[in-house]
Design a protein around this ligand. Structure first.
Ligand code: RTP
Ligand code: MG
Length: 155
């Protein structure tokens, strides 16, 4: 009903390996845009958990390259919360192709920190369903007390 639009929402944000140099800038955008960072951790994904995280793309031609890219160094994952967090974070990061983003969305995070259609520096959940899946992927304790087989280091 009409209450939904004022309810807080959670989304999973990731700073990809190529975006780590821009962590200070990205965190500042997050803060200035009114998000609360509920959880944050650095993770080195291995091939199998990268493939699981991006399972929806497993049949795409770019999948092997995507897995190689996302495992090329540590990533920083955060649970962001605010009203309309999922759509607002997607709007802040901009289109998938950072090269196009530099023209069409020059103030977006991908335009500023990204390189091309693969190396686009950040990730954001694209729906309520994927946000729930992705948050529990990295922060199982937010859903249950079971741990996951990932190499976590609390920030
Ligand atoms: P993400 O899931 O990482 O937030 O990105 P997205 O929704 O904007 O884009 P998606 O279609 O879900 O693609 C996931 C990631 O795969 C890489 N990619 N490479 N070489 C290519 O054509 C290609 N297309 C996508 C990007 O790193 C993209 O963010
Ligand atoms: Mg996606």
């Amino acid at each position: 009903g009409s209450y939904a639009s004022t309810e807080k929402e959670k989304t999973l944000a990731m700073i990809k390996p190529d975006g780590l140099n821009y962590t200070g800038y990205i965190k500042r955008v997050i803060d200035e845009s009114g998000f609360s960072i509920l959880k944050a951790t650095m993770v080195q994904l291995d091939e199998s958990n990268a493939a699981l995280f991006y399972a929806e793309h497993s049949e795409r031609t770019f999948f092997p390259s995507l897995v190689k890219y996302i495992t090329s160094g540590p990533v920083s994952v955060m649970v962001l919360e605010k009203v309309n967090a999922i759509a607002d974070w997607r709007a802040l990061i901009g289109p998938t192709d950072a090269k196009k983003a530099k023209i069409t969305h020059p103030h977006s995070i991908r335009a500023i920190c990204g390189m091309d259609t693969e190396r686009n520096c950040v990730h954001g959940s694209d729906s309520v369903q994927s946000a729930l899946r992705e948050i529990s992927f990295f922060f199982e304790e937010m859903v249950s007390n079971e741990g996951r087989d990932l190499n976590h280091d609390e920030l």
